[in-house]
Every structure is written in C-alpha cells, then in structure tokens.
Design a protein around this ligand. Structure first.
Ligand code: FES
Length: 104
C-alpha cells in the first residue's frame, strides 16, 4: 500500500466534500459525521465529477442527471445497483492519507 497525503483533516469538516487529484487519479473525499471516505470522483452514469454534486447528509446527488449515492458506503441510492470505487483511507497526525491503488 502506498498512502499519499491528501488534505488536512481540518480542511474537510463534517458535511463537506472535496475533489482532489492524487497520483493522476481524480478522488472524491467526503466527511460524513466524522467518517472520512474516498472514492473515484466519477459518477457511475456518464462519468461526471461527483465532487461537483450536492451533498445532503450522507446522500450525494450528481449534478448532471441526479443519480444519488450514499457516500458513507459508496452504494447507489437511486439507482441502487451502482457502487462507487472506494479507496483506502487513514488519518495520521491530523492529515488524511489515501491509497488510490488499494480498494478499501
Ligand atoms: S453523469 Fe451522474 S447522473 Fe448522469
């Protein structure tokens, strides 16, 4: 595993999301009630950046055609048969690290 520093934990408050580039991959970072998750920043429909969608609680809605995802699990809400690609995350010394080559 190769974890890379993403952002400071203090830069991603509960209820926030951010899109970053790590090792050439677009990554969506989400903080839902203190749980940090990282996913490929790509909607399962047509690949639009999910980091530009709307986050309401644990549900992230894609801005393009309104597919919805539970970002605490990566599972689709509507439609339900989709799953975001998740990356391994760890927190150390107030920093968020992500391994974009390791599924979580
Ligand atoms: S690209 Fe996200 S819903 Fe269509």
């Amino acid at each position: 595993m190769t974890f890379q520093k993403a952002v400071a934990l203090s830069d991603l408050w509960s209820g926030e999301k951010i899109g970053i580039l790590l090792d050439g991959k677009k990554v969506l970072l989400v903080n839902t009630e203190g749980k940090i998750c990282a996913y490929e920043d790509r909607c399962g429909h047509q690949g639009v950046l999910l980091s530009e969608g709307r986050l309401n609680g644990c549900v992230l809605t894609c801005q393009a055609h309104y597919w919805e995802y539970d970002v605490s699990t990566g599972k689709g809400v509507n439609p339900a048969a989709v799953q975001l690609t998740a990356f391994a995350v760890k927190i150390e010394n107030g920093e968020i690290f992500v391994d974009v080559n390791a599924p979580s």
